[in-house]
Design a binder for this molecule. Structure first.
Ligand code: GTP
Length: 157
């Protein structure tokens, strides 16, 4: 397990074991690939980030992941794999998020991308993402770096 602090100095625990913090996490983050690029969304306030959000009542986390990708990017998920989980000890509450890796077959234009401005395709995630104002705070801690390493290890072998 990895322990570190996020952009707002909240403590984060990250693990690539099978659901170590919660069997039913209420949040999801989805690292998406579309045509050999990373597919992100542009959140209206936070900036570029991988799609994700909250799991609804009576919804499975994986279904929430598929739904959020569609809502925030128009992306259709063809395969999705659980990668890991992290827990953020926020000032007000503790949240647990599942991390997924998804392959996207097509991008369907949406009339509305919820709280986001829609899809953003990147060849690479910049090395200096932590200092880049265009990127969301959720992309600025070790969750991103370690998850990309884990995906590389498992999927791109
Ligand atoms: P509401 O319950 O709708 O009011 O949600 P909220 O605005 O309180 O946000 P949410 O429940 O999604 O998250 C609570 C806090 O957890 C946020 O203010 C963030 O500080 C933190 N948080 C959420 N997602 C992440 C994440 O992916 N990474 C990090 N480091 N912190 C996160």
């Amino acid at each position: 397990m990895y322990r570190f602090f996020d952009y707002y100095h909240n403590e984060v625990h990250l693990s690539f074991e099978d659901h170590p913090f919660s069997t039913n996490p209420k949040h999801v983050l989805v690292l998406c690939r579309y045509e050999d690029k990373w597919l992100l969304t542009k959140h209206s306030d936070r900036g570029y980030e991988f799609p994700g959000g909250k799991v609804e009542e009576n919804e499975m986390a994986k279904d929430a992941a598929i739904r959020e990708v569609k809502e925030e990017t128009g992306g259709i998920v063809t395969s999705i794999e659980y990668i890991g989980q992290y827990k953020v000890m926020g000032k007000e509450k503790i949240i647990v998020k599942n991390i997924y890796f998804a392959m996207i077959s097509e991008l369907i234009k949406q009339d509305n991308y919820f709280e986001t401005l829609g899809p953003v395709l990147l060849q690479e995630i910049p090395q200096a993402v932590k200092k880049d104002k265009q990127f969301s705070f959720i992309m600025k801690d070790d969750v991103l770096k370690r998850s990309l390493q884990e995906i590389k290890k498992r999927i791109f072998k």
